[in-house]
Ligand binder design. Structure first.
Ligand code: UT7
Length: 328
């Protein structure tokens, strides 16, 4: 049995936080933010709108587009670093119940910005082993809840949103996800972390405010470019697929300069590279499926086209994937 990428959906909350808005909050400028990151605006969830609510809206679209009935979904996996609740219940469980699914397997994973590639590999493994047939994967983030809006080094980057996909069993090898790479290295844990709020915390508190993200941006940037370039070159060499033959390179949307550096190292043409960071900022585990959804809704993603995904994030974690788009 193989795993096929059947459908994509995404959702962004209504409220927009522009660079001009941020100019009023911290010592920054639209010019600096755009030049250093490529970001113009990001979406922010409403009060009372939780990560699971964003995930449900993205998932509804993905299920509808898969042509499946909700009752056919037999597992839900959510990648998030901003869950509705810090320990339990999992956001996947809440999404599953809000969607009205039967009581299927549901759990979250924590791999920060690489989350979507991790859940893709989990779906692939469960399907190839024969344990599950139709897996709903969701990257959902309300990063505004863990962002320090007094820290200009991070608050200009992050936004909220969700993306979801349905991965299904197929006997047709042409439809199959080709390869997924995932990796992690805790040596670099301090580059990007929420140092407080857990059992390793220096503060004895679990409130949201104590769990703001902290990042050594410039160091993270350099490791990201180096690691991503190597990982993507490795996956292409292993699978003997030429960069030139990939229809869509859909990288994690952290910073346009990282996307450009990796794209250039791979000699990608501009028309191959999907860039949405300008509109949404960095939405961590949601950024790849959100970018993919934009491409799909613009009519740019067709059956059989090959997607190359890559991501890098806190942990540090990173990964890449070669995935043909295989709607029914
Ligand atoms: O998604 C997961 C992984 N995350 C990433 O991949 C993010 C990687 N990092 C980045 O995207 C970039 O490092 C940033 C956008 C966060 C920062 O850009 P940079 O080019 O690395 O800037 P920098 O940190 O080296 O700072 C350069 C200068 C500093 O001032 P001095 O020391 O040169 O006077 C900063 O204080 O820019 C200053 N600065 C700002 N100025 C205006 C930092 N943030 C801001 C800001 N507005 N928002």
């Amino acid at each position: 049995m193989y795993a096929a990428f059947r459908s994509i959906g995404a959702y962004v909350p209504e409220r927009i936080l522009t660079n001009a808005d941020l100019e009023k909050m911290v010592d920054t400028s639209d010019e600096w933010i755009y030049k250093r990151t490529g970001i113009k605006e990001r979406h922010i969830a409403a009060e009372g709108e939780h990560t699971s609510d964003l995930g449900v809206k993205a998932a509804e679209l993905a299920i509808e587009r898969s042509g499946l009935d909700k009752s056919e979904i037999d597992m839900v996996v959510c990648a998030t670093i901003s869950p509705d609740y810090f320990t339990m219940p999992s956001t996947a469980t809440l999404i599953s119940t809000k969607l009205g699914l039967p009581p299927v397997t549901a759990f979250d994973i924590s791999a920060a910005c690489t989350g979507f590639i991790y859940i893709l590999s989990i779906a692939k493994a469960f399907i190839e082993s024969g344990m599950k047939k139709n897996v709903l994967i969701i990257g959902a983030e309300k990063l505004s809840a863990i962002t320090d809006y007094t820290d200009r080094g991070t608050c200009i980057l992050f936004g909220d949103g969700a993306g979801a996909a349905v991965i299904s069993a197929t006997e047709n090898k042409d439809e199959a996800i080709v390869e997924v790479h995932t990796a992690a290295d805790g040596t670099y844990a301090d580059l990007l972390m929420t140092p407080n709020g857990g059992t390793g915390s220096v503060h004895d508190s679990l409130d949201a405010e104590s769990s703001f993200m902290q990042m050594k941006g410039n160091e993270t940037f350099k490791v990201a470019v180096r690691t991503l370039t190597k990982d993507v070159k490795d996956i292409l060499a292993e699978t003997k697929i030429e960069a030139d033959s990939i229809e869509h390179f859909i990288p994690h949307q952290a910073n346009y300069r990282i996307i450009k550096a990796v794209g250039d190292a791979l000699k990608m043409r501009e028309d191959q590279v999907v860039v949405t960071v300008e509109k949404y900022g960095n939405t961590s585990g949601a950024s790849i499926p959100m970018a993919m959804n934009d491409l799909y809704e613009a009519g740019g993603l067709k059956k059989g086209e090959m997607m190359l995904l890559d991501a890098f994030g806190g942990g540090l974690t990173w990964g890449s994937a070669l995935v043909p788009f295989s709607p029914k």
